[in-house]
Design a protein. Structure first.
Ligand code: SER
Length: 291
């Protein structure tokens, strides 16, 4: 599929608008009234008070494209998918729809709007631990939609749990969606999340819990849905690109960086990997600093 960043953003927001969501603007990258973080790291972050039960003026179904900065990923920047500054497409249910509807929305968007074939698709669910049980419910919903058991991996908290964004607040198990990006090799029958050809593109978080200041995980008063799709990586894989730097969100920046640094990368005389990585890092950091 050939799709621009603008088209992808638009497709996502229109889809969720049709499903009764109000589109809200991207909040500031500097959090207001949240001393637990330096930057807005996820679409849910400006929504924390509403995830904790305060009424949002725009209702119980929201969606947006949120600008985010994640310094936690800074050492990964320069690989194919990590960035410090990125845009997150997200939809939220504030005590409105639950797990089943959230997964069905994701599935419909992935298969009908983005037309991702199931051969290239896999998911992961929470394996369960002392804080929360194994998420068989999500796996069953995926199976009912046609995802084979072999393409559903159960992973621990490290991979399939999200939040809180700061030290305390809403959190819960999640289900992550992966796309097989390799165009010259078919995706294996069995999903191995360690295989780098599987790129995580979307995360549906089931915010059923709250982490207290004492570090306890307790049931949340209101159950919410929080999802986040990485605009840059989804754009890259849909367009058959190897990495996020080959998308329209980066090509003008990397070209300018090369031009200013006097670096010429040719098809028959490519730049060294170190050079390429440096160009990527400088481009990412300039973008993050500018925003
Ligand atoms: N908060 C989750 C994430 O950042 C989903 O939006 O991945």
């Amino acid at each position: 599929m050939n799709i621009t960043s603008e088209e992808l953003r638009d497709k996502y927001l229109k889809f969720f608008e049709k499903k009764g969501h109000k589109i809200i603007p991207s909040a500031s990258l500097i959090p207001e009234n949240d001393p637990t973080v330096l930057f807005t790291t996820a679409g849910m972050q400006p929504l924390v008070p509403y995830l904790l039960g305060q009424k949002h003026p725009d209702g119980t179904r929201l969606a947006n494209a949120q600008k985010c900065i994640r310094t936690g990923d800074i050492e990964e920047v320069g690989d194919d998918t990590h960035l410090t500054f990125f845009e997150m497409l997200g939809n939220w249910s504030l005590g409105d729809y639950g797990k089943e509807e959230a997964i069905k929305f994701s599935f419909e968007f992935i298969t009908k709007e983005l037309r991702i074939p199931l051969e290239r698709f896999a998911v992961s669910c929470f394996a369960g631990d002392a804080d929360a049980p194994k998420d068989d419910e999500s796996a069953k919903i995926w199976e009912s939609l046609g995802i084979r058991k072999e393409r559903i991996a159960f992973l621990s908290k490290e991979d399939n749990w999200w939040g809180p964004a700061g030290k305390t607040g809403p959190c819960g198990p999640d289900t992550e969606m992966f796309y097989w990006k390799n165009n010259s090799e078919q995706a294996p029958e069995i999903f191995d999340p360690k295989n780098k050809n599987w790129v995580e593109i979307w995360n549906d978080v089931f915010m059923q819990y709250e982490k207290t200041a004492e570090g306890k995980i307790v049931d949340a008063e209101q159950e919410n849905i929080d999802t986040g799709m990485g605009l840059e990586r989804t754009l890259a894989v849909l367009n058959g690109k190897e990495n996020v730097y080959q998308t329209d969100l980066f090509v003008p920046i990397t070209s300018k960086v090369r031009e200013l640094a006097g670096i010429v990368c040719l098809q028959d005389k490519p730049c060294s990997l170190d050079r390429k990585r440096s160009i990527r890092i400088v481009s990412d950091h300039i973008k993050a600093a500018s925003f």
